[in-house]
Design a protein around this ligand. Structure first.
Ligand SMILES: CC(C)(COP(=O)(O)OP(=O)(O)OC[C@H]1O[C@@H](n2cnc3c(N)ncnc32)[C@H](O)[C@@H]1OP(=O)(O)O)[C@@H](O)C(=O)NCCC(=O)NCCS
Length: 237
C-alpha cells in the first residue's frame, strides 16, 4: 500500500515535469526533436493512465473504440447516409464480421497502425468516429472523420479534429498530419481550415464515390503551424 502510494507520487511528479517540458517545448516549436523513445512512451502512458482517461474537449470527448461499440459501428457503417455525399461507401458487414475484425485486424490496419476513436458528447451519446493511421514509412499521419447526419453542423466535427490534432502532435513524433477530402465536400474543407489545415494540391481520381471517380484535395497541418495544443491543454480531473 505504502509502496503504491509512493510510486503514484513519483508518477505524478514525473508527469508534471514531463508535461511542463512538452508545453514549454511546444511553445518554442521544438517538441519533435526531443520527444523520442522512452520519453514518448512515458508521456503517452501518463497521458492516458494518469491524466486524460478520455481525450476531453468542451462539447465532445474522444475515446478509443471498444468491442462493445460494434452495434453503433454496424448501425453507422451499414447506413449509406452516414458517409455523406462525398465519402466512398464502405462494404456492408455484419455484426459478426465486425467483431471478428475487431479481434483480428486486417494486415493493412496493423501495418498502418490504424486507431479508431468514438466521438461522443459529454453525456456519453456516440455521434461519430475519428481515426488516425500512418501514411508513410517516415511516419506522416493521416486522419479521417464522420459524424452521424443528425449531429452535423453543430461544431462537433471541428472540435473532434482539433482534439485529434492536439493529441497526435503531443503524443507522436510526427512533423505533419494530413487529410484527403473530395473537392466538393465544403463542410469537410471548412472544418479542416478552421483547425489550421492548408490545401497542398489536388489528387485526381482519388476515390470511387457513388459510381464515379472523383478528385480530392490533400490537406495538411505541420507541427510548426499547429504550434501548441488548443483544446487538449490541461488535466480535467
Ligand atoms: C465533414 C463533417 C465531419 C463535419 O462535421 P460537422 O460536425 O458537421 O462540422 P462543424 O459543425 O464543426 O462545421 C461544419 C462547417 O462546414 C460548413 N458547411 C457545411 N456545409 C457546407 C456547405 N455545403 N458549404 C460550405 N460550408 C458548409 C458549416 O457552415 C460549418 O462551418 P462554420 O462553423 O464556419 O459555419 C460532417 O459534416 C460529416 O460527417 N459529413 C459526412 C461524412 C464526411 O464527409 N466526412 C469527411 C470525409 S473527408
Amino acid at each position: 500500500m505504502e509502496n503504491s502510494k509512493k510510486s503514484n507520487k513519483i508518477a505524478a511528479r514525473v508527469w508534471l515535469v514531463g508535461w511542463g517540458k512538452v508545453l514549454s517545448q511546444t511553445q518554442t516549436g521544438s517538441t519533435h526533436h526531443v520527444l523520442s523513445g522512452e520519453k514518448i512512451y512515458m508521456k503517452r502512458k501518463l497521458l492516458f493512465v494518469g491524466v486524460f482517461r478520455l481525450l476531453e474537449g468542451k462539447n465532445v470527448n474522444l475515446r478509443i473504440v471498444e468491442r462493445d461499440d460494434t452495434d453503433f459501428m454496424v448501425d453507422c457503417f451499414n447506413n449509406i447516409d452516414f458517409w455523406g455525399e462525398y465519402d466512398p461507401i464502405v462494404e456492408q458487414k455484419s455484426k459478426t464480421e465486425r467483431m471478428k475484425q475487431f479481434d483480428n485486424p486486417s494486415n493493412l490496419a496493423i501495418l498502418t497502425e490504424r486507431k479508431r476513436f468514438i466521438i461522443q458528447k459529454k453525456d456519453g451519446t456516440k455521434i461519430g468516429f475519428i481515426g488516425h493511421w500512418i501514411v508513410q514509412p517516415n511516419r506522416m499521419m493521416g486522419i479521417g472523420y464522420d459524424i452521424i447526419p443528425s449531429e452535423r453542423g453543430k461544431g462537433y466535427g471541428t472540435e473532434a479534429i482539433q482534439l485529434m490534432v492536439d493529441y497526435l502532435f503531443l503524443s507522436q513524433n510526427i512533423g505533419r498530419i494530413q487529410a484527403i477530402t473530395d473537392v466538393r465536400n465544403k463542410a469537410s474543407q471548412s472544418v479542416l481550415e478552421k483547425v489550421g489545415f492548408r490545401i497542398e494540391g489536388t489528387i485526381r481520381k482519388s476515390a470511387f464515390v457513388r459510381g464515379v471517380w472523383t478528385n480530392a484535395y490533400l490537406y495538411s497541418i505541420l507541427r510548426e503551424e499547429w504550434k501548441e495544443p488548443k483544446t487538449l491543454t490541461k488535466s480535467t480531473r
